[in-house]
Design a protein around this ligand. Structure first.
Ligand code: DGL
Length: 264
């Protein structure tokens, strides 16, 4: 019998679509359900307890509607709620921080890693702790970038002011970090603007490693959808459907037919 249950994926908003894209590439036969908590985004300026409450509600929702595995496609939600969701849900739950940390360690040559993230991810030392668990001698410099998620959620505009904001945060990284992790799944959406400022540094986007981890776990648990057809993707948002549609279509580069509203 073919295993048809979907993989559930969520983020505070549209950032997790950067992870969904990689999962689609690596696991084209899987059905996917994406939930964007756009009503409550950004998470990164809230406190950890509040974010964990939102995440538990979303996790239960995605489990109830039949997900076989849950991907927290948000760094802030991963640090605030991964453990709790793993304890309280009956499906496997993975986040993006461990895959991102592993990739950063693989590519750094001078053991100096920079991380650009939301303020909460930086404040909770999410990447520093994860990287140091694997290699104590690596220096990790975390920069919390307050306004950027909101700028992307409201439709990024290429203006000198917005470019200056990116530069302001990138400049906070020590010059000798050779690797910089996008510690927020929204940031790859405007990768080109970061790249202009990050000249010559290697950028790590945890999305691909996360997608490979999803594949590994589904395989181990014999939960892969071995069907021949391409999987279908369903979308939910807690915010405005029309706003989600506009942003998501731009990020995914294709039209989206069905988006439902939930948990609003
Ligand atoms: N994409 C989320 C992350 O990776 C952004 C969180 C937020 O809404 O601030 O952290």
């Amino acid at each position: 019998m073919i295993e048809r249950r979907p993989v559930g994926i969520f983020d505070s908003g549209v950032g997790g679509l950067t992870v969904l894209k990689e999962i689609e590439k690596i696991l084209p036969s899987e059905d996917l359900i994406y939930f964007g908590d756009n009503l409550r985004a950004p998470y990164g300026s809230r406190d950890s307890k509040e974010v964990a409450e939102f995440c538990l509600r979303i996790g239960k929702f995605l489990e109830e509607i039949g997900s076989k595995l849950l991907v927290i496609a948000c760094n802030t939600a991963t640090i605030a709620a991964l453990k709790e969701l793993q304890e309280k849900l009956s499906i496997p739950v993975i986040g993006v921080i461990n895959p991102g940390a592993r990739e950063a360690l693989k590519v750094t040559k001078n053991n100096k890693v920079g991380v650009l993230s939301t303020p909460l991810t930086a404040k909770l030392n999410a990447y520093r702790d994860e990287i140091k668990k694997m290699n104590e001698s690596v220096e990790v410099h975390q920069v919390g970038c307050k306004p950027i998620v909101q700028m992307i959620e409201s439709g990024w505009e290429d203006t000198p002011e917005n470019r200056a904001i990116i530069k302001y945060y990138v400049d906070k990284l020590p010059k000798d970090t050779d690797v910089v992790v996008f510690g927020c799944t929204h940031f790859p959406i405007i990768k080109e603007y970061f790249m202009k400022e990050l000249k010559g540094k290697v950028i790590v986007d945890p999305a691909k490693e996360t997608a490979l981890e999803v594949k590994k776990i589904l395989k181990e648990l014999d939960l892969l959808n071995k069907g021949e057809k391409n999987g279908k993707v369903s979308f939910y948002t807690s915010g405005s459907i029309s706003k989600f549609k506009k942003l998501a279509e731009k990020i995914l580069g294709r039209p989206i037919e069905t988006i439902k509203q939930a948990l609003n």
